[in-house]
Ligand binder design. Structure first.
Ligand SMILES: Cc1cc2nc3c(=O)[nH]c(=O)nc-3n(C[C@H](O)[C@H](O)[C@H](O)COP(=O)(O)OP(=O)(O)OC[C@H]3O[C@@H](n4cnc5c(N)ncnc54)[C@H](O)[C@@H]3O)c2cc1C
Length: 393
């Protein structure tokens, strides 16, 4: 059966997240952006309002519908990014550490590592794949993991790590044998307190300025042997698959965040047209403007369908690499288009809070074309799936 509408319970869940975005994020959004900082009260408020207790009534309503966790996180992400995408990347919880732990960790590892997120304190997680010399192609990974007795010893440098400096657990991808290329890559869990894991530079960015992007250094960093996820010491391809499997889960998340910003910019532009369109705006330009807005509206709805499809497939445990890349590529491109149109359309307006939000979202949009795989890389992934018989290097 194909359903294109949300159930009453799913809509209530989305509305709850929207309220959070409206009350907790929008009021501090511009200040956090200009100061590149987030007040601690925000983290505590969000932790309280997203706690199992606070969500219990909604979860009770959702319970009869099986397998919807990916779809629910897409609904939440769209609303959170509508509120503020930078703040939504900084929410307390395992964050980007969760997908590899869930897909690659044994039940025992999941229990052990997720336990620290359940003590009521503020904790974060991070995923460290990118290095100064590698981003899109992980084959040349330089960070090494060498087994020494009952410990792994990590050495190397990771960059652009979201929440890297505040994460309690970092999933670090490292190679156990450089000669093996991609096949040598493995995921390791490194807790914050581990000697030898050091925080380096915190990036100054054009967009998502309140989101923390850190460099992490590993210098003779020793972790217990059982911190290798799933214990895949010998299985070839396991590590690369883990890295790629993580991306299949996180790309739709990025797509839904991009969609949230794009929708916010679209809505504010529509409000500007209703309230602030200058008197005497020529009729032919008004017609053009409304047709541009209509086209953007269509594209927003297309992006949402692509995001929901990728999430639905993940919920049904169907392989979704192609669909995850499609929704990420489409929404990542659309958010740049919508925010650029919004800034241009409202340009005759006075400097106002509305305009400041649109300018911020225009800056925030660019990174959605870059992280979790650039647009060019998404095209490669999609092309390889569509044309398996053609050798695409
Ligand atoms: C704000 C922010 C947060 C981030 N958070 C994280 C994080 O939490 N964890 C993490 O591990 N990483 C993170 N990243 C890193 C991000 O995932 C990488 O920047 C991204 O994968 C691109 O890698 P790169 O920067 O090395 O660019 P490169 O891979 O060097 O790409 C440069 C250019 O070459 C193109 N290109 C590369 N290879 C090909 C090819 N085969 N065919 C065609 N074109 C190609 C790319 O599309 C791009 O245009 C973050 C980045 C940013 C900006």
């Amino acid at each position: 059966m194909i359903k294109f509408t949300l159930s009453k319970a799913q809509a209530a869940y989305r509305d709850y997240q929207h309220q959070l975005a409206l009350e907790e994020m929008r009021p501090i959004s511009l200040l956090c952006d200009s100061q590149e900082e987030i007040p601690e009260t925000f983290f505590w408020n969000m932790q309280r309002r997203l706690s199992a207790e606070a969500l219990a009534p909604l979860h009770a309503q959702l319970a009869p519908e099986p397998r919807q966790s990916n779809l629910l996180s897409m609904l939440a992400n769209e609303e959170m990014a509508w509120g503020d995408a930078a703040l939504s990347t900084a929410l307390p919880g395992p964050g980007l550490a969760a997908p590899p732990l869930l897909s690659q960790g044994t039940p025992e590892q999941q229990k052990r590592f997720f336990a620290r997120y359940q003590d009521g304190q503020l904790h974060w997680g991070a995923l460290a794949l990118t290095e100064p010399g590698i981003g899109s192609d992980v084959a040349g990974m330089e960070t090494t993991a060498v087994l020494d007795g009952d410990e792994w010893v990590l050495n190397g440098r990771k960059q652009y790590i979201t929440n890297g400096a505040r994460a309690d657990l970092v999933i670090v991808f490292a190679t156990i044998d450089k000669q093996l290329g991609r096949d040598g890559i493995r995921p390791f869990v490194v807790p914050k307190e581990t000697p030898g894991m050091l925080v380096g530079r915190i990036e100054k960015k054009m967009g998502l300025r309140a989101s923390q992007t850190a460099e992490l250094l590993f210098e003779q960093c020793r972790i217990p042997r059982d911190h290798l996820l799933a214990g895949r010491e010998t299985s070839k391809k396991a590590g690369f698959k883990a890295a790629m499997g993580t991306l299949d889960a996180t790309r739709p998340m990025v797509g839904s965040l991009a969609l949230g910003i794009a929708r916010a910019a679209y809505e504010l532009t529509c409000e500007w047209v209703k309230d602030e369109l200058p008197l005497g705006y020529p009729a032919h330009k008004r017609r053009e403007l409304l047709s541009e807005l209509e086209e953007l509206r269509q594209e927003l709805e297309m992006a949402r369908l692509l995001v929901w499809r990728a999430a639905w497939m993940a919920d049904q445990r169907l392989p979704n690499s192609k669909e995850a890349s499609m929704c990420k590529a489409y929404a990542g491109n659309l958010v740049m288009k919508v925010t650029a149109s919004a800034v241009r359309i409202t340009a005759p307006g006075q400097e106002s809070e509305r305009r400041r939000f649109l300018q911020k979202w225009f800056r925030d949009a660019k990174v959605f074309d870059i992280f979790e795989g650039t647009a060019q890389i998404q095209r490669l992934v999609i092309a390889r799936r569509l044309f398996p018989e053609v050798d695409i290097p």
